[in-house]
Design a protein around this ligand. Structure first.
Ligand code: 13P
Length: 259
């Protein structure tokens, strides 16, 4: 728990990377290299589906938690190529990323779909990491808050107060993903505070203050400390830098200076 009263959560989104052998090696390294920080920071890794079972057995009983990168909203059935929340829970996942901008952009996921996925994940005891984020043209046109408002309200539709406490919101500006262009801590904090205010409107102050909001987009060892020093930034969703154990461990070991 930090001075904000929320346990920081650093999650690695491996995206479509790592063969089974590579994933196993990385999971072992992450487990060993992040152990020292385990009491203060929640560490999550989200390998591709093909590596979930093996990675689960590597991190079992350790401080590292398992997440998936996507799920379907139905329990089972004729949905070729899809994976249900029940299956993810069955192999040891505790988290699942839903509504990542790459899913929204390349696979047509709408806020309605994202909310169905988040609801289904919660119904099966998984914690959804619900992603929102504006594109560069939105930011340049001054539309960031309108976009984020729509995505937060739409993606959390139907989620009750007791459920949102088990969820995480991730703010990932699309222009900062994989580009090396991080939002400045001030830019990120401004949107995180805005998301927090939306959560207050939806769930009330007491609940909203307990919900963790992660930042994602070119998070690296060099910029994590400044981001984590902001009052409404409770963790990071790390892409590229999570594919290399030493870099990821350095991110987990950030030293935040409270503001
Ligand atoms: P990068 O850290 O590679 O910018 O990716 C961020 C991301 O999309 C995490 O979900």
């Amino acid at each position: 728990m930090n001075s904000k009263g929320r346990k920081p959560i650093i999650a690695g989104n491996w995206k479509m990377n790592k063969t089974l052998e590579e994933a196993k090696k990385l999971a072992i390294e992450v487990k060993n290299n992040t152990l020292a920080r385990a009491p203060e920071v929640e560490v999550v890794i989200c390998p591709p589906f093909t590596a979930l079972t093996e990675v689960a057995s590597i991190i079992k009983g350790s401080h590292v938690k398992l997440g998936a990168q996507n799920c379907h909203w139905k329990d089972s059935g004729a949905f070729t190529g899809e994976i249900s929340p029940i299956m993810l829970k069955d192999v040891g996942c505790e988290y699942v990323i839903v509504g990542h901008s790459e899913r929204r952009q390349y696979f047509g996921e709408t806020d309605e779909i994202v909310s169905m996925k988040a609801k289904a994940a919660l119904a099966h005891g998984l914690s959804p990491i619900v992603c929102v984020g504006e594109h560069l043209e939105h930011r340049e046109k001054g539309m960031t808050k309108d976009i984020i408002r729509g995505q937060v309200i739409g993606s959390l539709r139907g989620i009750e107060a007791e459920e949102i406490l088990r969820a995480v919101v991730a703010y990932e500006p699309v222009w900062a993903i994989g580009t090396g262009k991080t939002a400045t801590p001030e830019q990120a904090q401004e949107v995180h505070a805005f998301v927090r205010n939306l959560l207050i409107d939806l769930y009330g102050l007491e609940v909203a203050l307990k919900v963790r909001i992660q930042y994602g987009g070119s998070v690296k060892p060099a910029n994590i400390a400044a981001l984590m020093s902001e009052v409404d930034i409770d963790g990071a969703l790390v892409g590229g830098a999570s594919l290399e154990a030493i870099q990821f461990a350095e991110i987990v070991s950030y030293e935040a200076k409270g503001k």
